[in-house]
Design a protein around this ligand. Structure first.
Ligand SMILES: Nc1ncnc2c1ncn2[C@@H]1O[C@H](COP(=O)(O)OP(=O)(O)OP(=O)(O)O)[C@@H](O)[C@H]1O
Ligand SMILES: [Mg+2]
Length: 458
């Protein structure tokens, strides 16, 4: 029977137009043009095989993903946008998926200890929410990820890059770092949801924001996984024993809050060879196993060469403003009269999603022009009218306050002194000001480095 799905084999694309076979070489302009037009193909090589599918996105180009099913488990990996799909990329993803399948083969071969352990400690979080996407109960991914109530804007490249990193076997701990409200948690949710099928033992989100005490971290993880304590063992022992062979992804959110607990993560990773950690933190953890993923703000237009109003929404910051403004004022549109004010608002807010959301929520009472004029009182204007937002994110002032309270006293002093550099300043200028105020130059350098680590300075 004639094959209908196009196949890539030995660097050649083979497709059938009616009964006629056509061949093209991968990596040529014809290949990339063809990728733009189609939605699936099979990849076959010595390294491994998979099915590639294109997934459309609302506001930016589509993405390719690779899927391979083995022993009832679906493994998947990002390929990227059409122009990223080189032969080298296809081969490396094929190798990655083979590796993931081989691991699930080993599991399926019936390791008695593993089965016994699985039977005793299958995690069952209390708040598993019915968002599981696969219909059959046996293959439904285990997770406690809540559905997101608003759209994710921009971030396709960050999402793909972070997922590729996390899927690499040697990357066990990925920390998404960045300032308050830049979108770390939001991106982590997206990544965790995308990768559900890659972690057969589950993907669990652990909210560390309410903790005040680093000693509570392991307890909180154990509670999220609904692990039961047995015979007075410590949570460390319990977690290590329970997660030892689990292919599990833990998302640890707001780790800056419990930063001194960071070394415990190293111990956990050393004991649990298949465990992966995706951490969000305003502050770098400084662990050897850590791979940092600094998250930039959303893309902004260039105010000096402002594109036409209909092209402005291509910039993620403007797109987010527009979408959130339309949520409170359905008829809101970018026009030639308001486009430059909207672009300037987003720029004044440094492309920070939290600030943009807070500002856009005011569009039902203020025009963009008036909102822009009021932004000189930025902290007062940016107050959320939404009730289901955590107190620390209800105003921009609270959000900054939360970071400030986590600083030690000398860092708080330096941060207060740096507030004179509203538009930014050189290290020399900062040193000069601080030295005149009686701070030693080396301490300034240390302090600036530390504030940068904590995402309070750029
Ligand atoms: N790319 C995005 N598209 C749409 N909304 C976003 C995006 N990024 C962030 N947001 C929204 O902006 C707000 C702040 O994002 P988020 O809570 O992820 O920030 P954060 O970096 O985790 O902040 P914090 O350091 O306070 O924990 C949230 O309401 C979130 O839904
Ligand atoms: Mg967060």
């Amino acid at each position: 029977m004639a094959r209908t799905t196009p196949v890539v084999r030995a660097g050649t694309l083979i497709l059938y137009v009616g009964k006629h076979e056509q061949q093209f070489t991968v990596d040529t302009p014809v290949w990339y043009a063809w990728l733009e037009e189609v939605s699936t193909f099979a990849f076959i090589s010595d390294v491994g095989t998979f099915t590639a599918r294109k997934e459309p996105r609302q506001h930016s180009g589509a993405y390719w993903k690779a899927y391979r099913k083995r022993n009832g488990k679906l493994h998947r990996a990002y390929l990227g946008k059409s122009h990223d799909v080189t032969l080298e990329r296809l081969n490396s993803v094929a190798a990655l998926l083979s590796e993931l399948s081989a691991t699930s083969d080993r599991e399926a071969s019936g390791n008695e200890t593993l089965q016994a352990r699985q039977a005793s400690i299958t995690p069952q979080p209390p708040n598993v929410i019915a968002t599981q996407r696969l219909t059959s109960p046996e293959s439904a991914p285990k997770h406690n990820l809540p559905p997101q109530l608003t759209s994710l804007v921009g971030r396709e490249q960050d999402e793909a890059a972070a997922e590729q990193l996390l899927q690499r076997p040697e990357v066990r701990l990925l920390t998404i770092t960045g300032p308050a409200g830049v979108g770390k948690t939001r991106l982590a949710f997206q990544i965790a949801t995308d990768l559900l099928e890659s972690y057969p033992d589950g993907v669990y989100f652990v909210n560390l924001a309410p903790l005040r005490d680093s000693d509570q971290v392991l307890l909180t993880i154990a509670q999220t996984l609904a692990l039961r304590e047995m015979g007075g063992q410590t949570f460390q022992v319990l977690l290590k024993a329970s997660l030892q062979d689990k292919h599990l992804l833990l998302v640890l959110d707001n780790f800056e809050q419990v930063i001194t607990a960071a070394p415990l993560l190293t111990e956990l990773l050393e004991a649990c060879h298949e465990l992966k950690l995706l951490v969000t933190s305003r502050e770098v953890l400084h662990l050897r196993a850590e791979h940092q993923f600094p998250l930039p703000p959303l893309g902004l237009p260039n105010l000096t060469h402002l594109p036409a109003s209909d092209a402005l929404a291509k910039y993620a910051a403007v797109d987010l403003f527009l979408q959130r403004a339309q949520a409170v004022k359905p008829g809101f549109r970018l026009t030639s009269a308001n486009a430059s004010s909207v672009a300037e608002i987003c720029t004044r807010l440094d492309g920070l999603p939290l600030a943009i959301e807070l500002a856009a929520a005011r569009i039902n009472v203020l025009t963009p022009q008036v909102l822009l004029a009021r932004l000189s009182h930025r902290l007062r204007v940016l107050t959320s009218g939404t009730r289901d937002v955590s107190a620390r994110q209800q105003t921009l002032r609270n959000t900054i306050e939360w970071s400030y309270q986590l600083l030690d006293a000398p860092e708080q002093r330096l941060f207060r002194r740096l507030s004179v550099f509203v538009g930014g300043g050189t290290l020399e200028a900062v040193e000069a000001v601080c030295v005149t105020l009686g701070v030693e130059a080396e301490l300034v350098l240390d302090g600036v480095a530390s504030l940068t680590d904590k995402s309070l300075l750029q």
